[in-house]
Design a protein around this ligand. Structure first.
Ligand SMILES: Nc1nc2c(ncn2[C@@H]2O[C@H](COP(=O)(O)OP(=O)(O)OP(=O)(O)O)[C@@H](O)[C@H]2O)c(=O)[nH]1
Ligand SMILES: [Mg+2]
Length: 337
């Protein structure tokens, strides 16, 4: 250690030794470097500091890289529901997400093209549904963070390839998911350790069913299925069946859309409230404003109620398409009749 270093150096060095984070250490090393006078006697020290700095920066970079990769697997939910698109490699997951959401996804004939999830919004009827393209699932290698990504989703869209062996692909994918403790809704109650399982609605897309010539194969595929699955033959390439497919996704999401209206006014059909199936009028009130849950007294419902404009109570279970007029306790009397 050269003897003619300024006192600042030793102060910074002490702080450096006590520093806990890589970022802090980098900053302090840079400070140390800048206070070391430049002459022959400090050559070694400065070289040593530069080496340490380079090493720390590399470390920080890999941390940042890891954090970035982690966050890529935490896809914030958007729209009426989050649908993870999963399946073996090359079945056309990215192609389907691309065409359904009108976003650019990496599509290629080489396997394992997608390494990180990519989300896009699919417009269907009057709402947006979020589709998440994912890296492929295979027995050889599965991205570890995929498990959490799928478990957090609202629905699983399994994609298989009509031109490969769709049956084997489907069975294998369902088995892999099961090993992750993810199972289709209809299997609820099947496992001893039921609490560890996450049950989600499943929908199967038999992709690359490009034209009618695939119909016969699809029939055979359906007959060979040991269990009934919600399935649809589709094609990302030719666009075949994509419209009915969008509606099938919406149906499987187990959501309802309800519309609110003010007394004497028309409802706004462009902006539905999206709720889980089985939600009540009280749930709707809570969604609009937390104070409304206690304040509202009754509601009038148009739509699937027993009769039009039916007056309902807070526990009334809403149906898709219902129009609701909430009556608050302080204004209820003037508005109800
Ligand atoms: N004929 C036909 N080819 C398709 C269809 N959809 C995708 N492909 C082709 O299948 C190949 C794989 O498509 P991708 O969308 O990359 O498949 P992936 O499932 O995302 O695959 P990885 O991300 O690599 O695991 C590409 O060459 C696509 O052009 C389809 O509907 N019909
Ligand atoms: Mg892909």
């Amino acid at each position: 250690m050269p003897t003619n270093l300024p006192p600042d150096y030793y102060i910074i060095e002490k702080r450096f030794r006590e520093a806990e984070t890589t970022e802090e250490k980098i900053e302090l090393l840079q400070e140390m470097y800048s206070v070391v006078p430049k002459h022959k006697g400090t050559d070694h020290l400065r070289a040593d500091l530069r080496r340490k700095l380079a090493k720390l920066k590399e470390e920080a970079q890999s941390h940042r890289g890891a954090a970035k990769r982690d966050s890529a697997f935490r896809v914030p939910k958007a729209g009426a529901g989050q649908v993870v698109v999963v399946g073996p490699t090359n079945v056309g997951k990215s192609a389907l997400v691309g065409v359904l959401t009108n976003t650019e996804t990496k599509v290629s004939e080489t396997p394992h093209t997608t390494w990180e999830p990519q989300a896009g919004m699919m417009h269907v009827e009057n709402i947006q549904v979020q589709l998440v393209d994912t890296p492929s699932l295979s027995r050889d290698y599965v991205e570890p963070r995929m498990k959490e990504l799928i478990r957090r989703a609202d629905m699983v869209l399994l994609v298989v390839d009509m031109q490969e062996d769709p049956l084997a692909q489907l069975e294998e994918t369902i088995k892999l998911l099961e090993e992750y403790h993810i199972a289709p809704r209809q299997w609820q109650g099947r496992y001893m350790d039921d609490l560890r399982m996450t049950y989600l609605p499943y929908l199967v897309a038999v992709n690359k069913s490009d034209d009618e010539s695939a119909d016969e194969l699809y029939e055979i595929f359906c007959q060979l299925l040991e269990e009934r699955w919600a399935c649809l033959p589709v094609s990302a390439a030719s666009g075949r069946n994509l419209e009915p497919f969008k509606h099938a996704i919406l149906e499987r999401l187990e959501i309802i859309r309800v519309y609110t209206k003010a007394p004497g006014k028309d409802p706004d059909y462009n902006t539905p409230f999206v709720l889980k199936q089985g939600s009540t009028v009280a749930d709707l009130a809570g969604r609009i404003h937390k104070d409304f849950v206690n304040k509202f007294k009754t509601a009038r419902v148009w739509g699937n109620a027993v009769y039009e404009r039916q007056m309902v109570q807070r526990d009334y279970v809403l149906q898709d398409g219902d129009v609701v007029e909430l009556h608050m306790s302080n204004v209820a009397q003037s508005n109800t009749n």
